[in-house]
Design a protein around this ligand. Sequence first.
Ligand code: ADP
Length: 392
Amino acid sequence: MRAHLKNGPAMKILIINSGSSSIKYRLFDLKKDRLLCKGIVERIGSDKALISHDAGRGRCFTGKVEACDHYKAIRHIFDILVSPKSGVMNSWADISAIGHRVVHGAEMFKGPVLINKAVIKAIEGFNELAPLHNPPAVLGIKACIEFAKGIPQAAVFDTAFHQTIPPYAYTYGIPYGFYKKYGIRRYGFHGTSHKYVSQQAAKILKKPLSRLNLVTCHLGNGCSITAVKSGRSIDTSMGFTPLEGLLMGTRSGDIDPAAVLFIMEKEGLSIKDADHMLNKKSGILGLSGVSNDMRDILKRLREGDKMAALILDIFAYRIIKYIGAYTAVMNRIDAVVLTGGIGENSAVIKSMIGRRVKGFLSKFRARLIVIPTDEEWMIAKETSEMVGAKNR
Ligand code: ADP
């Protein structure tokens, strides 16, 4: 299991990433710099709920569980952590803190925060901004409070890293009242990943992050790209929702909104239908008609498929376009970082981007580097810092 911190704080930190029908978890020992176990409860709410637990060195377990709701699922996670066979600790009391991944912190949360009643209420207040993500995160938090009484908990937000984006980059050109009334603006997502790879880039480049300008590309199922100036996010491609920007697995990325209105009218689509089309049926899936998975597209490319070639060109072109735009707004650049499932693994995508930006990066003596992301570890670190700060 991966190692990160050499002389970190003495803490076992449980990370909970609670989605609508699944809860992922990881337990880190930051003192020993180790991931103790990880797992997932899936299909919560159905009678086919399943827990998969991996404590390393072959100590894996997969089995059916009764998890009709998030409370039951969290209960199973706590049970398995201390179970004689697959567990990794004697008592829940050994957990120093729990860190929750929360997607939307809107303008209120500019960094991680210790959870209390007011914080829960605030997160619930942003449910409308992230209807698929914030409500299950709150369920996970409330369940942990119930089962792990007295253990401090922190929320780490996907949006927080992007709270340094200036108003001229986050304000859309629509009647300003909509910003004031509904908070319509660019928020950006994947913040924990962009922050993590920025910190790792600083280590690789042997320079303080505060003196680096980076363009970080998170290329997974969802894709986003961020301009990191002097270590701070100053612009990012995802917007009010994760739909904007790059071409993604099932999301369209940038599109003229008038095209959407046109399609809605022609096809008689409801708002819900259009939302589904743009978020679930577009992107790589919509273009290929067969798969949202980049590996399938690369396989088809090798077989000479023309559509696969077009999809890869669109995918890479948008990334290159954003790299150029972000370099222009930062004036100078030290590195472009690739991360996420595609960014970390695809030599083809790396070389497509590398070929097109090589000349341009060489003007700044900038590098194109691949850095594996680790959002959970970042959440663990931020959680331990929050708790440490409180105890000082
Ligand atoms: P998520 O955004 O859901 O966390 P990941 O970061 O795991 O997803 O990225 C998933 C994407 O990474 C998929 O499109 C998958 O095809 C792609 N991927 C994984 N391995 C490779 C590989 N070896 N080559 C190209 N793409 C890959």
